[in-house]
Design a protein around this ligand. Structure first.
Ligand code: GLV
Ligand code: MN
Ligand code: MN
Length: 411
């Protein structure tokens, strides 16, 4: 068979995705495999089993990243694909998993066709991409590519009071492969768009040119608990009111700035949380993103100065902690051009676009030529059990991935 006619088996790919989705399955669809949970362990075991069945040499590093290598006819840095298999609590079955399972499908397609590539190939999944249990997000890939210190990551405490290093030991995924020095020849991550653009336009392939900047901040506001019936309004120091005003301001800033600026107050917890008690504590998070670093800094400055002022007006204390901060990332033109060329050669419609979500690929971009392939998400829904991508769109994206990998592995 000529290499240019080679295609993946879409049914086999979808079957593996659905098998993985049974682990941590949620009522009504989707799944919950929070990083380093028991469900994450079971999902990891399943994917590692597939890697071994496909003949990959599996290694695990000190933060639990898993890499399966397929030898090439020559040694050297591998052409690497991958993503993550952890999910948010309300996760769909495609986010992250698609990039890993599509990588396995590329390997199986080459195995079945008896093709040995010149360069080695690698399929990887990285620990805690989501950051939903332990911040920052992209934790495993950041450690892997030398942007986050291993010991610092292992010491992170999660939203449930657990510690990364201890949870990693519990699930038996603390390996001995070194972190920080692995360099791929190039990195390609296939992912669902998680936004509405491709689906709305009926475009098959998103050629991702970069990832927008991400700023995650935790704010803890201290007020004074008092009786809800007897405390005059002028004498209140209400932590919940301060946090509510900050949440509303975050949205106003994003609306006022327009463009690509987005803002989300995803966590708001007030204590003591009783009907007749003025709240004395609020913990909240704000997620700010923009494709332009200068504008992202403006959004941060506006939000932080508002937060300080509204807390001071209420007589409340306020503490601020950065949970994650990533500047916008540009992908390599040689990679985006190749993805576009291959997609067009397969008669697929394409559009160039930035990624609104964070991805492991952004940790590779400074160290090797990197890019991403997006496929449509129905109605742009993600981080939601309703997340869905049509099997035909998955197959099309995986065929683009296959031929990008082949071209990079032979060149
Ligand atoms: C990861 O999914 C993120 O963009 O928050
Ligand atoms: Mn993802
Ligand atoms: Mn996600």
């Amino acid at each position: 068979m000529s290499l240019s006619n080679l295609t993946v088996d879409g049914d086999r790919l979808i079957h593996r995705l659905e098998e993985l989705a049974k682990i941590g399955a949620l009522e009504g669809g989707g799944c919950c495999r929070l990083a380093l949970s028991e469900e994450d362990r079971q999902g990891r075991d399943r994917v590692v089993g597939w890697m071994r069945d496909l003949g990959l040499a599996v290694s695990i590093d000190g933060i639990g990243n898993v890499i399966g290598i397929r030898a090439g006819s020559e040694d050297g840095p591998p052409v690497m694909v991958g993503s993550h298999i952890d999910t948010v609590r309300t996760g769909g079955i495609y986010d992250g998993c698609l990039g890993v399972i599509a990588g396995l499908e590329v390997i199986q397609t080459l195995n079945d066709a008896g093709i040995t590539t010149r360069r080695p190939l690698a399929v990887a999944f990285f620990t805690n991409e989501e950051g939903a249990r332990f911040a920052p997000d992209m934790m495993g890939s950041a450690v892997h590519q030398g942007f986050l210190d291993l010991d610092e990551a292992l010491a992170v405490t999660g939203i449930d009071g657990t510690v990364v290093g201890e949870e990693l030991q519990k699930i038996s995924y603390c390996g001995d492969a070194e972190t920080g020095h692995f360099r791929a020849h190039c990195f390609i991550e296939m992912h669902v768009e998680q936004g509405p653009v491709l689906d709305a336009e009926g475009t098959a392939i998103g050629v991702v040119e970069g990832v927008q900047g991400i700023s995650w901040t935790e704010l803890v506001i201290g007020g004074v608990s008092n009786h809800a019936g007897t405390t005059p309004m002028r004498m209140r120091c209400d932590a919940a009111v301060v946090s509510a005003r900050i949440a509303v301001e975050a949205r106003s800033i994003a609306e006022d700035m327009g463009g690509d600026q987005v803002a989300t107050a995803g966590v708001v917890e007030v204590a003591p949380g009783l009907v007749n008690v003025v709240p004395n504590r609020a913990l909240m998070t704000v997620d700010l993103r923009n494709t332009d670093e200068r504008l992202l800094q403006q959004a941060e400055a506006r939000l932080f100065s508002y937060a300080d002022k509204v807390a001071s007006d209420e007589g409340a204390t306020i503490e601020r902690r950065t949970l994650a901060r990533f500047a916008p990332v540009d992908f390599a033109p040689e990679m985006t051009d190749l993805i576009e060329k291959i997609a067009k050669g397969q008669d697929l419609s394409t559009r160039r676009m930035p990624s609104g979500a964070g991805h492991d690929a952004q940790m590779f971009a400074p160290n090797c030529p990197t890019a991403m392939i997006f496929v449509p998400s129905r109605d742009g829904i993600s981080h939601n059990i309703e997340e869905f991508t049509k099997p035909g769109d998955i197959q099309a994206g995986a065929n683009v991935l296959l031929h990008v990998v082949l071209e990079k592995a032979e060149s």
